[in-house]
Write a protein that binds this ligand. Structure first.
Ligand code: SF4
Length: 391
């Protein structure tokens, strides 16, 4: 399925002169508008690496059918570009029906940066396809840690999202190796688990609160909550992961005392560096008290959703937008609490000096961020000073 009419290196096509200028200077004054960008934002090392691997594979396997197991990363533009470059999808919303069953040893299959479930990898091996593995090394870290927990007799508690590809891969690995897991999505769910550990509520209540697939099959609370070790999906909100670790540590301390805690509790930070850096840099920009904070990235991107939460405590109007099409006189944005797509009117003050800070998730191309910034400038009635920045 490689289409030679699209020989573009997609990585190069995601560069944007306005974003590069802002990356260098951190700020740009455009009339009444001050545009601000944090020190770290946008494409992470793992995404850039995955795109480079795909580009190399396209050239090496030119003329062969090429497939992505699922979305390479969580950005609609990137996945559209993959399809435009002749790469089909085996799973997910863009999957070609019957594609998995049709695979032969002549096909090339790309494993996304999130990694893959053990069952999928086994099926691909059975079909004898050539594999191109873009799994981010940071994603391997929680895998290694959970296998260590398993060897030492601990149940893995994952701070993550049950239906996120990375967490699904981790869960399938634990299950395949004969271990057990619980997935808690947030502090509230971790609090309920803490109440079970303290024997304040029963396990049945926890089952009602958590996602139905948050438990490994055959999970027995009497046995599998005896010793727990925590890991995080790499893209969660770091401050929340730390709070969850503290909460569960306190619950186990109350249940088992000091010596029991040492015996029965482990905590290991598996948030990736890029996620941490982007969150820290966004906090620094928000500390400067901008009038508005826009977070740009796919609505199904975990790291972008969590990036959008860093301003929660600061009371600064802040919106998670998917791209330039979301930005108009009526703004379309993802509500952080409900996850629903909502609309805001009068979100952009039309008079007076205005400081707008932006950031972008680890899977957001600079071109998308750049188009959002230009759109905001246009709606604020300002033009960029240099025609080279208006591309
Ligand atoms: S966000 Fe982190 S774990 Fe995910 S691809 Fe980027 S570097 Fe890897």
């Amino acid at each position: 399925m490689t289409d030679e009419s699209h020989p573009t290196d997609v990585r190069m096509s995601y560069r944007d002169p306005l974003v590069e200028r802002l990356r260098a200077d951190g700020r740009l004054q455009v009339g009444r508008l001050e545009l601000l960008l944090p020190q770290n934002f946008g494409f992470c090392w793992g995404v850039d690496r995955a795109l480079a691997i795909v580009e190399k594979a396209r050239h090496e396997h030119s003329g062969r059918r090429m497939w992505l197991l699922n979305s390479l990363i969580h950005n609609p533009r990137v996945n559209t570009d993959m399809r435009a470059n002749g790469i089909g999808f085996l799973k997910g919303e863009h999957a070609t029906e019957g594609a998995m069953e049709s695979l032969t040893k002549n096909d090339v299959v790309i494993v996304p940066a999130f990694s893959a479930e053990v069952e999928d990898m086994q099926e691909l091996e059975t079909r004898g396809v050539d594999l191109v593995d873009t799994t981010c090394p940071w994603v391997i870290k929680p895998h290694k840690r959970t296998l260590k927990y398993l060897r030492e007799g601990f149940t893995t508690v994952i701070h993550g999202t049950v239906d996120h590809e990375e967490t699904r891969a981790t869960c399938s690995l634990v299950q395949h190796e004969g271990g057990h897991y619980i997935v808690v999505h947030d502090l509230c769910e971790a609090g309920a688990l803490g109440e079970v550990l303290r024997e304040k509520i029963d396990f049945g209540e926890l089952r009602r609160i958590l996602h139905p697939e948050a438990f490994s099959s055959g999970f027995d609370a009497e046995v599998h909550l005896e010793r727990i070790g925590i890991i995080n999906q790499t893209t969660m909100l770091a401050s929340e992961s730390r709070a969850i670790g503290d909460l569960l540590r306190d619950a186990l301390l109350e249940r088992d005392g000091d010596s029991g805690l040492e015996e029965n509790f482990r905590d290991f930070d598996t948030i990736c560096r890029a996620t941490q850096d982007n969150q820290d840099a966004a906090i620094a920009v928000i500390d400067g008290q901008p009038d508005l904070f826009l977070v740009v990235g796919g609505y199904d991107s975990s790291n972008t959703k969590n990036l959008a939460r860093v301003g929660d405590a600061q009371n600064i109007p802040s919106y998670h937008v998917e791209g330039p099409d979301s930005v108009d006189e009526v703004l379309s944005f993802r509500d952080r609490a409900s996850g629903e797509i909502q609309r805001a009117e009068n979100w952009l003050p039309q008079e007076g000096p205005l400081r707008v800070a932006f950031t972008a998730g680890a899977s957001t191309p600079d071109t998308i961020l750049g188009r959002v910034i230009r759109r905001v400038a246009e709606l604020a009635g300002e033009s960029l000073p240099d025609s080279r920045l208006t591309v």
